[in-house]
Design a protein around this ligand. Structure first.
Ligand SMILES: *Cc1c(COP(=O)(O)O)cnc(C)c1O
Length: 362
């Protein structure tokens, strides 16, 4: 398909072509139903199959243990910033937060509006270029939960080693790296993520939560904000995001086809490795501000010697067929977001372009 370009956008982002084509092929007349998937009842047999296969794919690919519920909740990861404290931050309780950057801060800001919060670790003095080591996270034994963002999409840092918080629930915003690596459910009690990075279109979050934590959730919330309701109704309390879940099913089918979680993890290591190598081999002309042990496999960030060169780089890259390389407006520089559906070829070509651009401009 010659008009598909390499899309390095941070989210929404590139999705597997085979999933898009399958959706296109089946769109107008879904499997002989005489209507599309978005026109039929979410309580009928066609959608029911999609819904439960999407859940089963996630359970299988991420090896989600039986004592965890998988929920689909609208409102993206952002609504989770509010739902977590609404459900778990009762009177007299403290929510403990790890501040790793822009997304962690948003979670903290919403937590503060609901209840008592405490920041137990902050990367602010290092300009959010480093993830904490597990033992740096000093939580209280009676905390309501410890919350962290395990891949900071804007800062380009990723947690490769989670803390063991014992009986205190560990909650992770994994929006931008969920389904790119295994999740250690012996440490993590709740993993959530907006689905528009590795899984599908925007507008929804996948929430994977230990059943014993669901049981502790606040009962006195409006229905949509209640984890208990979503969990007990298999995310079918109200009309779910049918189209989002449908694409997510096709995307997770594709992950299975190409070899499962190990295959996408290896791809992520290879892709990001190629771009980091181009940075590291440039003699400092390209520079990655991130601590080496905290480098993200999904979002690679780097600077050039001047902002003018960064502008030129981004413009010439676009002409060469690489879109979405501009860093977030809050930090500047360049960023290549390489989620599951980014082919290895995209990273290889980008790395080659970086070498050529340096030769022409250094
Ligand atoms: C994209 C992103 C979000 C926000 O997701 P929405 O679906 O837009 O609410 C939250 N956290 C992280 C780490 C993200 O990358």
């Amino acid at each position: 398909m010659k008009n598909r370009i390499f899309n390095f956008s941070a989210g929404p982002c590139t999705l597997p072509l085979s999933a898009l084509e399958k959706a296109q092929k089946d769109f107008v007349d879904y499997q002989g139903a005489g209507m599309s998937i978005i026109e039929m009842s979410h309580r009928g047999k066609h959608y029911d199959k999609v819904h439960f296969e999407a859940i089963a794919n996630i359970r299988e690919l991420l090896s989600v243990p039986e004592d965890f519920d998988i929920m689909f909740i609208q409102g993206g990861a952002t609504l989770q910033f509010a739902m977590v404290p609404m459900n778990f931050l009762g009177a007299g309780k403290v929510g403990e937060y790890v501040n790793t950057g822009a997304w962690a801060k948003k979670a903290i800001a919403d937590g503060k509006k609901i209840g008592e919060t405490k920041v137990i670790w902050s990367g602010e003095d290092k300009n959010f270029t480093v993830m904490p080591k597990p033992l740096d996270i000093k939580f209280s034994a009676d905390a309501a939960f410890v919350h962290m963002c395990s891949n900071e999409t804007i800062g380009g840092i990723e947690c490769h080693d989670f803390p063991d918080t014992g009986s205190v629930p560990l909650i992770a915003d994994m929006s931008s790296h969920i389904m790119s690596r295994p999740i250690d459910f012996s440490k993590i009690d709740m993993a959530y993520g907006g689905v528009q990075k590795n899984l599908g279109p925007a507008g929804m979050a996948v929430v994977i939560m230990k059943k014993s934590l669901v049981e502790k959730a606040n009962e006195n919330l409006p229905a949509y904000l209640s984890y208990k309701i979503h969990a007990s109704k298999d995310s079918l309390y109200n009309t779910p995001s049918v189209f989002v879940i449908y694409i997510m099913k096709l995307t997770t089918d594709w992950v299975k086809e190409i070899g499962g979680l190990k295959a996408v993890e290896n791809l992520a290591i290879s892709r990001s490795g190629l771009v980091y190598e181009a940075i590291d081999n440039s003699g400092g002309w390209y520079s990655c501000p991130v601590d080496k042990n905290s480098r993200s496999r999904m979002n690679v960030v780097w600077r050039l010697p001047s902002e003018d060169l960064e502008k030129k780089f981004i413009a010439e890259a676009l002409d060469a067929g690489f879109s979405g390389l501009k860093g977030h407006r809050s930090v500047g520089g360049c960023r290549a977001s390489m989620y599951n559906a980014m082919p290895l070829e995209g990273a290889k070509k980008l790395a080659e372009f970086m070498v050529r651009f340096k030769q022409a401009n250094a």
